[in-house]
Write a new protein. Structure first.
Length: 148
């Protein structure tokens, strides 16, 4: 299947046509559910720190790390992802082959994203600062033990 994908952190999902509606402040991404449960997908979105679109070529089209999951996830069954034309064995009065259309449907998830508010940004900076402190502490102790 040659289709664009959306990647949340390290997990990829197939996009639906025109499935990305993100602006500066946030928006929605509609993607095929696949085999994962609602809870598994929501867990991936909560842990996620980067949204990336993988193009038809399999290469990265774009990536964003400024958005967070809004904790709004909707499942929609029988979403039409493609309509194909099928030639029938029937002909019209002019001798032209009659075609019928067939909708290809799947279950999709619609996830909402937004920019973090000031408190969420502050919390993220505090966590990052704590990680840096721990790393520096480990380096200092290691250097002291080696006599550097």
């Amino acid at each position: 299947m040659n289709i664009e994908k959306i990647k949340f952190g390290n997990t990829e999902f197939y996009l639906v046509p025109n499935g990305i509606s993100l602006g500066k402040e946030g928006g929605e991404i509609t993607f095929q559910k696949g085999d994962l449960s609602f809870e598994e997908i929501e867990s991936i979105l909560i842990k996620n720190d980067t949204i990336s679109q993988i193009g038809l070529s399999g290469e990265l089209d774009w990536s964003r790390s400024d958005m967070i999951y809004s904790e709004v996830l909707t499942k929609q069954a029988n979403y039409i992802v493609e309509t194909i034309k099928i030639d029938t064995d029937k002909k019209d009065d002019n001798g032209n082959v009659i075609t019928e259309t067939n909708d290809i449907k799947t279950d999709v998830m619609i996830a909402e994203f937004r920019l973090p508010d000031i408190r969420e940004e502050l919390d993220a900076l505090k966590k990052e600062n704590e990680t840096i402190k721990q790393s520096l502490g480990t380096i200092l102790i290691s250097n002291l033990e080696r006599g550097v």
